[in-house]
Design a protein around this ligand. Structure first.
Ligand SMILES: [Mg+2]
Length: 361
């Protein structure tokens, strides 16, 4: 058996990305609690809170109204995804100068494999330092970076000295680095697995390491084997550089033309569900929803709507589709084909819970 090649992985994670972009562009926000998200007087939620806001116990996914109660002087900003997307492209372009092996996890987070791409640098640590310097100087933003032999440890490491931190975990330091962490920090351990482990009296990675592979597999099945590896810092998952997908859509041609609007709505909901599943499977969210209809005379108009927040939520996509179909002649004319499409895709699953509950029904 040969050892797997030694990888040098960076996990780059922008600090409070959305709020940081706004604060850079409007220095009057400096030092103030800032929340990006929905309307605090409606049912919107917090998408991102800066560190000043977090001091008041404000965090993402919290209702914006609750955030305002926690700190009335919080400044609430509506998200501007176009701005974040453009900024993200600039930052990823910097990463791209160091390695072609980039796996984006969201607009502000990526794995970089620099194993074969150290070029003039002596170490992955130097690459990380250079990336941090360039993002600071060229984008006037800060990025926290974790450097490690694999993705599991790099991701935990980037969070270790946030904000504006660099944490390097060398191969021989991996076990000691993981040992004191709560089990929840291991990739793949959700609330259910955590509860199950707590029942076994296990709260830290070190305690978890004491369990045999047989015991873990008895409790968790095949996942137990993965867990056994993870607690030892073993993670051979490569950095995936998937080709960028531009859009995702589904359509249906009917044996008999459809004219009833309720039926059209039901069909659109089913298709929205398929599109949402496709997006989730690929860890993508869509900023634009399109509906296509074909009339008996074969004319095929489309209608599109840009969402304030990218989504992979079936209900949000369905609602948009139903609204769009009402801007066509469907139901006045019968239709022989319906289609629902999602485009302007971004990585991540923002908008699972829509920020605009008040406007998106
Ligand atoms: Mg981030």
């Amino acid at each position: 058996m040969t050892d797997p090649p030694l990888r040098r992985i960076l996990h780059c994670d922008m600090d409070c990305f959305y709020a940081a972009v706004h604060t850079r562009d409007d220095p009057s926000l400096e030092g103030k609690p800032v929340v990006v998200g929905g309307d605090p007087s409606g049912r919107g939620v917090v998408a991102a809170a800066n560190y000043e806001a977090r001091k008041y116990g404000i965090h993402s996914a919290m209702p914006a109204a609750q955030a305002r109660r926690k700190c009335p002087k919080t400044i609430f900003l509506r998200p501007e995804f176009k701005l974040y997307r453009e900024e993200s492209q600039q930052i990823f372009a910097i990463y791209g100068e160091y390695t072609p092996l980039i796996q984006p996890l969201s607009l502000d987070e990526a794995f970089l494999d620099v194993s074969e791409h150290l070029a003039e640098f002596n170490s992955a640590t130097e690459v990380a330092e250079d990336i941090r310097r360039r993002v600071r100087e060229e984008r006037r933003l800060t990025v926290s970076v974790g450097v490690a032999p694999n993705k599991l440890v790099a991701k935990i490491a980037s969070d270790f000295r946030k904000p504006d931190g660099l944490t390097v975990v060398r191969p021989h330091e991996v076990e000691a680095f993981l040992a004191p962490l709560p089990v929840r920090r291991l990739y793949g351990i959700g609330p259910a697995a955590e509860r199950s482990l707590h029942e076994m009296g296990i709260t830290t990675v070190e305690e978890l390491r004491g369990l045999s592979i047989d015991r873990l597999m008895a409790r968790f099945g095949n996942w137990g084997r993965v867990l056994w590896e993870r607690v030892r810092g073993i993670d051979d998952r490569p950095v995936h550089t998937h080709r960028e997908r531009k859009s995702l859509s589904t359509e249906r041609t009917f044996a008999e033309n459809v004219k009833d609007l309720d039926e059209i709505d039901r069909i659109l909901d089913t298709m929205a569900d398929e599109v949402a599943k496709g997006l989730k499977k690929r860890h993508l969210a869509a900023s634009t929803i399109t509906v296509k209809v074909r009339y008996p005379d074969f004319t095929t108009p489309t209608r599109s709507h840009s969402l304030p927040v990218p989504t992979s939520d079936a209900a949000t996509i369905g609602a948009a589709a139903r609204e769009l179909v009402r801007r066509t002649d469907a139901a006045r004319q019968s239709v022989r084909l319906l289609g629902v499409g999602a485009s302007n895709l971004v990585p991540g699953e923002l908008g699972q819970r829509t920020l605009f509950d008040d406007s998106a029904h």
